[in-house]
Design a binder for this molecule. Structure first.
Ligand code: PLP
Length: 847
């Protein structure tokens, strides 16, 4: 079973070091919960087992113990939640509302134990009850309500917001099914529904009393008021009900507990009487079912638009519920009004997915509140901020005007009105310039007339940010040069980050214990720059030995997981070369595959070739409709299996593809990685955050000058990272002059041989053209992501990796310096920058 990872990966030694680490933690940081000892927690666990779950001790399953333990911890967290919300309400504080269609939370129990400081008490309590702590944690199915980096960023941000005592609420959708579960059958990816709630959901609280009803569909009627003013009215609408599910977000080492509020859709309880009376009983019931479908499933596409009606309805549904909810919150304080709304409310759009919030807030102000346009627009533009996550044209959201009009007719009118005013501004700035108008228009008139959500978001936000320095640069230069000229200062950079709690403290207890022992405190978990204190030990042979012994122990654990998951025996002495991320052409897993083929071929031609033994570890899901990505998965699986079984190469190469890549699996792989593959085509990866997690855990990066790799290189130093390949400028120049992949193919004998090999039936004797899709994309398909152009540089760079790994002292030094120097990539730093430069958000200490 895929879920057995944790227990296998954490052995007794880890238990000891982790216990030591926790003890140190309890000295270093004052836990707000240290009054709760293990006896009290044990009492809570038993109480919930008996009185909440109605379970007999003798027949209780491990999953019951997991729920009972979570509930015992939860009651302390909920008490803090009530205190925190009370403090925020009583002081009428300014709040951030983070709108995101995705939250890739992973498991909640362990991180809640660490963040509240109840970890040691829970271990003791469970030990006293004869329950294995890791097996218990392994009962939890990941909360995988996101696709990849964007959703995981939202989850890291929630952790940092609470840890830094910022008043914040995250809003999203309570999907019944998160990202699909992946299995491999004959190398093919097969998708299964992710029933993440099946074992119970002890961390959420349903709040049906806070349900919200919103309109949808219908038409706009022009009604004239008693002064002869035309007042559009949205009529003949259908209704959707949103039920909120609240998940408490406990900060690390603080009393703040924020809220993640996720909406589940229901039909209105009454039938549509009109349809009913017209004999449309079946129609009315069918419609009820449709409304309950809205929050059913997460769309599994990462970085490609979906364009489906249900997706737009999902977006509108959660945004409309969230806006009503936050407006209700605002007006709960009697001193509040629309006048001070922008002083109390900051709303961040995580990509354009929630951008329909712009016309929705305008509609509330114009139609419901009778606000004049200019004043409504002033409020809107003061409140919203927008984060752009990609430059890929296929990821930029567009909605056909026809679809929009059918679902949200009044919103479409408002968007047209916004656009008319925008065009007037453009005319004033660049009189008579049709090109500028075409570039800036929110309505795309080319082909199928459509609404451009990025344009809408930029125009309506006081701040627009990219997610790494290079990305923000390209955003201004290539995607939005006209907007940048029109709105000077609006574009800014906020380099992404990761929470050091989940991505070091929780997932790598051995390394955490070493760091805490070396620095003499655990303050680094709240101030990651303190890891710089490790720099002075980087050259110390004894410290290097300890550091590498930890890496080795983590590799032993991962080798055990690989054995159970893939049935492949791998040596923990080999170099663990890791590429874990969504499967995408731009991320170039097929470049990695070509390098594996090259190594394999070199070994076959020269069996005594002296190379560092390698284990290639992959983890990746492909969008179900992305045929090329699925073909690459199958190629890696089948070629990998062939290599694993070839006795001629003496076990020097192993290739494993761990199925169902997700947060909890990442937590097992990352502590064991030697080499981090970050090899996207320059200019295509906006930031990356996997790169940060791996560097923090002492993996060296092999990567292009793309996204945050550029900043990782600046931090760790050129000698501690392997950079190769074309730069953004070189990529642009190559495309400009006309890229011909066949030139590289014909010029490079080895490259030609392996590309031909890939296209042959050598690896699939009973099937011709099994990997033709992949091979063709590199040749006839024009190789849009320059795999062939970068191959030789990549292969040469790997030779440098090989050379360095043979010098274990040099490697250890670089690995230590990676951990020591990536403090910048804490999401605490990112969140402080957002709070200071976009949200103008003061922290509020809760006591
Ligand atoms: C961090 C993370 C990602 C993002 O990885 P990138 O390498 O930045 O694309 C995707 N999925 C999961 C499960 C993650 O934890």
């Amino acid at each position: 079973m895929a879920s057995s990872s944790k227990s296998k990966s954490k052995k007794a030694t880890a238990e000891k070091t982790a216990a030591a680490s926790t003890a140190a933690a309890r000295q270093g940081t004052d836990s707000p919960f240290d009054v709760t000892d293990s006896a009290q927690l044990k009492e809570g666990i038993l109480r919930h087992l008996t009185y909440t779950l109605a379970r007999d001790l003798k027949t209780a399953q491990l999953s019951d113990w997991w729920i009972a333990t979570s509930l015992a911890v939860r009651e302390h967290i909920l008490a803090r939640l009530i205190d925190t919300q009370g403090t925020h309400n009583d002081n009428n504080v300014r709040r951030l509302y983070y709108l995101s269609l995705e939250y890739l939370m992973g498991r909640l129990t362990e991180s809640n134990l660490y963040n509240t400081g109840l970890n040691a008490a829970a271990r003791d309590a469970l030990a006293g009850l004869g329950i294995d702590y890791h097996k218990l944690l392994d009962q939890e199915t990941d909360m995988g309500l996101g696709n990849g980096g964007l959703g995981r960023l939202a989850a890291c941000f929630l952790d940092s917001l609470a840890t830094l005592d910022y008043p914040a609420i995250g809003y999203g959708i309570h999907y019944e099914f998160g990202l699909f579960r992946q299995e491999f059958v004959n190398g093919y990816q097969v998708e299964y529904p992710d029933s993440w709630m099946i074992n119970g959901t002890p961390w959420e609280v349903a709040r049906p009393e806070n349900r919200i009803t919103i309109p949808i569909y219908g038409r706009v009627e022009n009604v004239f008021d008693d002064r002869g003013n035309c007042r559009p009215r949205w009529v003949d609408t259908k209704t959707i009900v949103g039920i909120p599910y609240d998940i408490p977000i406990a900060g690390f080492g603080t009393k703040t507990v924020n809220l993640l509020r996720l909406w589940s859709s229901r039909a209105a309880s009454e039938f549509d009487l009109q349809a009913f009376n017209a004999g449309g009983y079946v129609e009315a019931v069918r419609e009820k079912a449709v409304m309950e479908t809205i929050s059913k499933v997460l769309y599994p596409n990462d970085k490609t638009e979906n364009g489906k009606e249900l997706r737009l309805i999902q977006q509108y549904f959660f945004v409309a519920c969230s806006l009503r909810d936050l407006i209700r919150r605002h007006f709960r304080s009697p001193e509040n009004s629309w006048d001070n709304f922008p002083a109390k409310v900051a709303i961040q759009l995580n990509d354009t997915h929630p951008a329909v919030a712009v016309p929705e807030l305008m509609r509330v102000l114009l139609d419901d509140e009778n606000t004049p346009w200019d004043r409504a627009w002033d409020i809107v533009t003061k409140v919203f901020g927008y984060t752009n996550h990609t430059l890929l044209p296929e990821a930029l959201e567009k909605w056909s005007v026809a679809l929009f009009e059918r679902i949200l007719p009044r919103h479409l009118q408002i968007i047209y009105d916004i656009n008319t005013r925008l065009m007037q501004t453009i005319e004033a700035r660049w009189p008579g310039d049709v090109e500028k108008k075409r570039a800036c228009s929110i309505i795309d008139e080319q082909g199928v007339k459509s609404v451009r959500m990025a344009g809408l978001s930029v125009v309506a936000s006081h701040a627009v940010n990219g997610v790494a320095a290079l990305h923000t640069d390209l955003l201004k230069k290539h995607l939005f040069p006209e907007y940048d000229a029109l709105f000077p200062g609006r574009f800014q950079n906020k380099t992404n980050g990761i929470t050091p709690r989940r991505w070091l403290l929780d997932c790598n207890p051995r390394l955490s214990a070493l760091i805490t022992a070396t620095l003499g405190h655990e303050k680094w978990a709240r101030d990651l720059d303190l890891l710089r204190g490790l720099e002075k030990h980087a050259g110390d042979a004894a410290f290097q030995k300890e550091f590498m012994a930890i890496k080795h122990a983590n590799k032993v654990d991962l080798a055990g997981l690989i054995k159970t998951e893939c049935g492949v025996e791998v040596s923990p002495d080999a170099l663990f070369d890791v590429q874990i991320k969504r499967l995408h052409e731009y991320k170039r897993q097929h470049l990695n595959l070509l390098h594996i083929l090259a190594l394999y071929r070199r070994l076959l031609q020269n069996p005594s070739l002296d190379i560092v033994p390698r284990v290639f570890v992959f983890g990746a899901k492909a969008a179900p409709g992305y045929d090329l990505a699925k073909n690459i998965i199958r190629a890696i699986n089948i070629i990998g299996s062939h290599i694993n079984h070839d006795p001629r190469i003496g076990g020097k190469l192993k290739v494993v593809f761990l199925p169902n890549y997700r947060v909890s699996l990442a937590e097992c792989i990352i502590p064991a990685a030697d080499l981090s593959e970050q090899i996207s085509t320059a200019g295509k990866e906006a930031s990356g955050t996997g790169n940060m997690k791996l560097a923090l855990n002492g993996a060296l990066t092999i990567g292009t000058l793309d996204g945050a790799n550029v900043e990782i290189k600046e931090e760790v130093g050129d000698e501690n990272i392997f950079i190769f390949g074309l730069t953004v400028e070189e990529v642009e120049a190559l495309h400009a002059k006309g890229y011909r992949p066949r030139e590289y193919y014909e010029r490079d004998e080895e490259l030609r041989a392996i590309v031909d090999w890939l296209g042959s039936n050598y690896f699939t004797p009973s099937e011709n053209g099994a990997f033709a899709l992949t091979q063709r994309s590199l040749l006839d398909g024009g190789d849009p992501f320059l795999v062939l152009a970068d191959f030789r540089a990549y292969s040469d760079c790997h030779a440098r990796v090989d050379k360095k790994y043979r010098d274990q002292a040099a490697w250890a030094r670089s690995a230590i310096l990676n951990t020591a120097r990536v403090g910048k990539f804490s999401s605490d730093r990112t969140i402080r920058e957002y709070a200071a430069q976009i949200w103008n958000l003061p922290a509020v200490k809760v006591d």
